[in-house]
Write a protein that binds this ligand. Structure first.
Ligand code: CNA
Length: 241
């Protein structure tokens, strides 16, 4: 049986699917990921550092202005639109089959596609807050700011994005664990599964079908019932609900 038919059968038989995804879910929307060749690794050439360092807590603290330059240029894609992967996941939720989307992405495209229950492990570019008085700001405020975005009170406006070296939000993490632990099907897509603790979530899965849809191999391929090494948007687009 070909892979799409196998995936269709798994989805048809399940009504407790959880999706767990990463940067690869948004590459078909024109947002580069970190680790494939076309990804932000090009940052090495332009900034002389790996992206992990440029979006780390230390870099933010020690080179705040450069951090914002890199962040605005490389992590914000204001005009990006949901692709067929985001749209199909939203449809699956609407049909009552998919219970949650757990994402490492910060781009907000799942919500734009119509998904309601989205757990953002690494936060979102759309939420920003003053480190001092906690006032909230939207994405436009960050985009329009020059240099370091400053609140009226003078505090730095920090994106609500989990930087490397920073802990994940406990509520989001425990809720994600709960969904995964109770799912009968876990579809993982567009993630290299090397960024922890997010990648470790897979260990909580007790269900029967683990599906991996990723262009390249992952360290968990041998655990999966089905591995599809194709583009996730092109793959999910073929699924009928
Ligand atoms: P990653 O480590 O960059 O891996 C992405 C994976 O997706 C790679 O294994 C690719 O082979 C694969 N891939 C790329 N395009 C596709 C596609 N169309 N279909 C299927 N597979 C594809 O990304 P992770 O999410 O695993 O890394 C975690 C970091 C990167 C997280 O903290 C993210 O927040 C961060 N990130 C987020 C965005 C975003 O919000 N869109 C963009 C870039 C990086």
């Amino acid at each position: 049986m070909n892979e799409i038919r196998q995936l269709q059968e798994i989805i048809d038989k399940s009504d407790n699917i959880v999706f767990f995804g990463g940067a690869g879910v948004s590459t078909e929307s024109g947002i580069p990921d970190f680790r494939s060749e076309s990804g932000i690794f090009k940052s090495l050439q332009k900034y002389g550092h790996r992206p992990e360092y440029l979006v780390s807590h230390s870099y933010y603290m020690e080179h705040t202005e450069e951090f914002f330059n890199y962040y605005k240029e490389n992590l914000i894609f204001k005009d990006a639109k949901p692709n067929p992967a985001h749209l199909k996941l939203a449809e699956l939720e609407k049909a009552g089959k998919l219970k949650a989307v757990i994402t490492q992405n910060i781009d907000g495209l799942h919500q734009k596609a119509g998904s309601k229950n989205v757990l953002e492990l690494h936060g979102s570019i759309h939420r920003n807050y003053c480190e001092f008085c906690k006032r909230e700001y939207d994405l436009d405020f960050i985009l329009k700011s020059e240099g370091i975005p400053r609140c009226e009170c003078g505090g730095i406006v920090k994106p609500d994005v989990v930087l490397y070296e920073e802990p994940l939000n406990n509520d989001v993490l425990s809720s994600s664990i709960n969904y995964i632990a109770n799912a009968d099907t876990l579809i993982i897509g567009g993630t290299s599964l090397v960024v922890y603790p997010a990648a470790g979530l897979i260990n909580y899965f007790n269900g029967s079908k683990l599906v991996l849809i990723n262009k390249s191999e992952t360290p968990y391929d041998n655990l999966a019932s089905l591995v599809i090494n194709e583009a996730i948007g092109e793959t999910l687009e073929q699924i009928k609900i």
